[in-house]
Design a binder for this molecule. Structure first.
Ligand SMILES: *[C@@H]1O[C@H](CO)[C@@H](O)[C@H](O)[C@H]1NC(C)=O
Ligand SMILES: *[C@@H]1O[C@H](CO)[C@@H](O)[C@H](O)[C@H]1NC(C)=O
Ligand SMILES: *[C@@H]1O[C@H](CO)[C@@H](O)[C@H](O)[C@H]1NC(C)=O
Ligand SMILES: *[C@@H]1O[C@H](CO)[C@@H](O)[C@H](O)[C@H]1NC(C)=O
Ligand SMILES: *[C@@H]1O[C@H](CO)[C@@H](O)[C@H](O)[C@H]1NC(C)=O
Ligand SMILES: *[C@@H]1O[C@H](CO)[C@@H](O)[C@H](O)[C@H]1NC(C)=O
Ligand SMILES: *[C@@H]1O[C@H](CO)[C@@H](O)[C@H](O)[C@H]1NC(C)=O
Ligand SMILES: *[C@@H]1O[C@H](CO)[C@@H](O)[C@H](O)[C@H]1NC(C)=O
Ligand SMILES: *[C@@H]1O[C@H](CO)[C@@H](O)[C@H](O)[C@H]1NC(C)=O
Ligand SMILES: *[C@@H]1O[C@H](CO)[C@@H](O)[C@H](O)[C@H]1NC(C)=O
Ligand SMILES: *[C@@H]1O[C@H](CO)[C@@H](O)[C@H](O)[C@H]1NC(C)=O
Length: 716
């Protein structure tokens, strides 16, 4: 039994202890001035706990109590009227018992909290100061007040706070920017209180203007006319760091020749530029700006005489892109110069007077601009001028793109000097407006028909490329790509076909045939002198119509449908056909001459056409219809086409001119194949006179005059 009691005792004790409420602690009181004294404590008991708060006031003379269901309790005037020291004690009670807190003591003056104050007015007193008039909502005549102002510029989110001792409820807020709008709020506390009021409602105020800063001044010098008068465009703008909202009313300009006192004034200019006409001598120009408060200091610039050499002190300027900026950096050889003027203008601008942008730089040799502020794909001329006092030195200019793009078109390309194994690719620079960047190099691509593609990259100043080691009688496709930092653009493909016979070979043949002919001629002359008719024909052979030539006949299949109806009619002349080739020596000579001419013509037109084709890509029709050749002086030329047409294909030649057969057949093929160049390129360029065409004429003359050596020398 005893042991049981012993065992039970601590259990009972614990139960009784656990039932008591926790002791209220951390009592905290705030005197809301003129309204109530509110005390809070912790912990707040859950469950059925009642609090009783006992307060002593009038320095302990009186007391009162108040019940509370929560951990908060308020007392009202007249119990709580500062100045006073109050004692506060909290008793927590539940069904099991009571627990009292410690007694806390409160000096009401230390715990006063007021309502937010009211800002009565915000007045600009100067360009740096706003005067704030305010008042508390309460009557606090006996108290010293300590205020705090916070302010920000209207578009900023950053508040700046300034504390002050109150003085007649007026506060001068200083250190502000001129002519700037500020947002202001204010709060305060009584000097002894721990608690500050909440912030007041926000008010705005604008500081006053100030006398304008002297503007940044620049000029564009035009060339002098015959009378030595030049256009000078003055440009100015608000200096960097000048108040943003300064309301300049106008500008005054003054200028005078440097060595004279004849001052010219132009007043009340409202634009930020002015065009002067100055004589050739040195001038001093000044600009001042003014607003309602007064005039700025003057900005002065010296305009050098027309032929004056100005100082050159910039050694180099480098432009580079550093996203998102375009950065310029330069090196000066004169350390005293620490002011610079940077000028930028699109390269292709018509006139600097309209399109120029400029900015002054001081105490630095770098300048940067956001790339977005420059037009993309446009080349800018950027100049840096040294400025020493009023003097402007020699500029240093670089070109730069804020943003490059691939060229919008490729270079115009053509092919010249097509030989057996060589050809020259020639292209033109792309117009500036299409470059979209600095052309770094060109890549020449060429590809034989069905073959591998080759490429070669050359410098941007190279505009031609000689292809070598090509294959004879092969079609090639060529295109040239211009590359800049952002990409490349091809100018389209050009096709050409390498020759199958070289000039040298032609000349060799010509000499051989020519020699033979000469011998024949001599022989014929001696044997046929008595036949004047034949002589005439010999000396002045009937120049055949090439369309009706034997060649035309041979190639007729190739040129299906190309020869004109008239020509085909002629070719059907039966009378002509009746004549037998090689039957009479004189006929043979005629034919030889004619055929030889024909041969040359084929060569020449073929060569000429090939040259044209690579340039013009034109049709090959001309080949048949329009070789213009020197005629017989007597004008008998096309009278007797029979000489030509009488020749049956592959007939006389095999017998009479067998050794040229090979060449003939080659030529038969070639016009066809090269006329089928897959991509005729219609261009309208002037075409160079074809040397081969000339040769054919010369060589014809040679038949009479024997000028072979000279000719071959020239051609080789
Ligand atoms: C009273 O305040 C002190 C310090 O703030 C804290 O450590 C303590 O826990 C609080 N007491 C209660 C019962 O909340
Ligand atoms: C005490 O005064 C403050 C300030 O006016 C008020 O917010 C609060 O509600 C008041 N408390 C009571 C219990 O009236
Ligand atoms: C707390 O107060 C209420 C209402 O005044 C009363 O009904 C309740 O009995 C009280 N509780 C205790 C434990 O005194
Ligand atoms: C402030 O912002 C507004 C609207 O964004 C704009 O219109 C105004 O010019 C700005 N003011 C200043 C001083 O930047
Ligand atoms: C505030 O500025 C006004 C005007 O300059 C001046 O008269 C006044 O004395 C200033 N007040 C204080 C507290 O500086
Ligand atoms: C003061 O501000 C606080 C929070 O900003 C708010 O809870 C409180 O009600 C305000 N008091 C007054 C008197 O406006
Ligand atoms: C002023 O300058 C002009 C032109 O340069 C010159 O002809 C003239 O002699 C100068 N006069 C004086 C007083 O220097
Ligand atoms: C003074 O300058 C004005 C304008 O530049 C000119 O018309 C005038 O002739 C000048 N007078 C003298 C005395 O040079
Ligand atoms: C120029 O401005 C001044 C005051 O700055 C004024 O007295 C004068 O009349 C104005 N002149 C003209 C032509 O507007
Ligand atoms: C820009 O510079 C180039 C090369 O120096 C020049 O040809 C062109 O005229 C300049 N453009 C302008 C607008 O000054
Ligand atoms: C040609 O220019 C392009 C573009 O700037 C560059 O990437 C390439 O390396 C250059 N090629 C040569 C061979 O210089």
């Amino acid at each position: 039994m005893q042991t049981w009691a012993l065992w039970m005792l601590p259990v009972l004790c614990r139960v009784s202890l656990a039932a008591l409420p926790a002791k209220p602690e951390n009592i905290s009181c705030i005197l809301y001035f003129g309204r109530n004294l509110t005390c809070t404590w912790s912990p707040e008991e859950t469950g059925d706990t009642n609090y009783t708060v006992r307060m002593t006031y009038s320095f302990g003379k009186n007391s009162c109590t108040a019940p509370a269901r929560k951990a908060s309790c308020s007392f009202y005037p007249p119990c709580v009227l500062p100045p006073d020291i109050c004692g506060v004690e909290v008793e927590a009670q539940n069904g099991d018992g009571k627990v009292k807190s410690d007694v806390t003591s409160w000096n009401l003056d230390h715990i006063v909290k007021t309502e937010p104050p009211i800002i009565l007015s915000v007045n600009p007193i100067s360009n740096k100061m706003l005067q704030i008039r305010w008042k508390p909502q309460e009557r606090l005549l006996l108290y010293h007040l300590r205020g705090t102002v916070r302010f920000r510029t209207v578009n900023s989110t950053h508040w700046t706070e300034v504390s002050f001792e109150d003085h007649d409820l007026v506060y001068n807020l200083t250190g502000l920017q001129a002519f700037t709008e500020y947002v202001i709020a204010l709060r305060f506390r009584t000097s002894e209180s721990r608690f500050r009021s909440n912030w007041s409602k926000e008010e705005t105020g604008v500081t006053m203007e100030e006398v304008p800063h002297s503007p940044d001044l620049w000029r564009v010098l035009g060339p002098a006319d015959v009378n030595g008068v030049r256009k000078v465009l003055l440009l100015w703008k608000k200096a960097k760091g000048a108040p943003v909202l300064e309301r300049t009313l106008g500008y005054n300009i003054q200028y005078f020749p440097e060595n004279s006192t004849n001052l010219t004034e132009i007043n009340n200019v409202t634009k930020q530029q002015y065009e002067l006409l100055l004589t050739g001598q040195t001038h001093c120009v000044s600009v001042t700006s003014f607003n309602s408060l007064g005039k700025s200091r003057e900005a002065v610039l010296r305009i050098p005489a027309v032929h004056e050499e100005t100082v050159q002190c910039i050694k180099g300027v480098q432009a580079r892109l550093a996203e998102p900026l375009l950065v310029l950096q330069w090196v000066s050889s004169v350390p005293e110069v620490d002011t610079w003027m940077v000028e930028w203008i699109p390269e292709t601008a018509e006139s600097a007077f309209a399109a120029l942008s400029w900015e002054s730089v001081s105490q630095a040799t770098t300048w940067s601009i956001e790339q977005d502020k420059l037009k993309p794909l446009v080349c800018y001329n950027i100049s840096v001028y040294p400025v020493l006092g009023q003097q402007v030195g020699q500029p240093y200019t670089v070109q730069a793109y804020a943003k490059e793009g691939a060229p919008s078109r490729g270079p115009k390309t053509r092919v010249e000097n097509i030989g057996l194994k060589t050809a020259t690719i020639i292209w033109q620079e792309i117009p500036k407006s299409s470059r979209n960047g600095f052309i770094n190099n060109y890549t020449v691509f060429y590809q034989a028909e069905g073959g591998k593609e080759f490429s070669m990259t050359v410098n941007s100043h190279v505009l031609r490329y000689d292809l070598g080691s090509l294959t004879r009688r092969t079609s090639y496709t060529v295109w040239v790509v211009a590359n800049n930092g952002a990409g490349g653009a091809s100018g389209g493909t050009v096709n050409f076909r390498t020759s199958s016979i070289s000039v040298l070979e032609i000349i060799l043949l010509t000499s051989l045939v020519g020699g033979g002919l000469l011998l024949l001629s001599v022989f014929t002359l001696t044997s046929g002198l008595k036949k004047p008719n034949r002589l005439t024909r010999l000396c002045c052979p009937d120049v055949p119509n090439p369309a009706e030539s034997s060649l035309a006949t041979w190639t007729r299949d190739d040129f299906k449908g190309r020869s004109s109806p008239k020509e085909s009619g002629n070719s059907g002349n039966t009378e002509d056909r009746a004549l037998k080739p090689c039957s009479v020596p004189a006929d043979l000579i005629d034919k030889l001459v004619v055929n030889f001419e024909n041969f040359l013509e084929v060569v020449s037109t073929e060569e000429a056409r090939k040259g044209q084709e690579s340039i013009l890509g034109g049709e090959a029709n001309e080949y048949v219809t329009s070789p213009s050749r020197p005629d017989c002086p007597q004008g008998k030329s096309f009278k007797e086409p029979s000489v030509l047409t009488e020749v049956a294909p592959g007939d006389a030649h095999n017998q009479c001119l067998g050794m040229t057969e090979e060449i003939y057949t080659e030529f038969n093929e070639q016009p066809l194949s090269s006329s089928q160049s897959p991509e005729p390129e219609p261009l309208c360029e002037e075409q160079a006179p074809n040397p081969y065409l000339k040769n054919s004429v010369t060589t014809r003359e040679f038949l009479v005059h024997e000028t072979v050596p000279e000719l071959s020398k020239r051609e080789i």
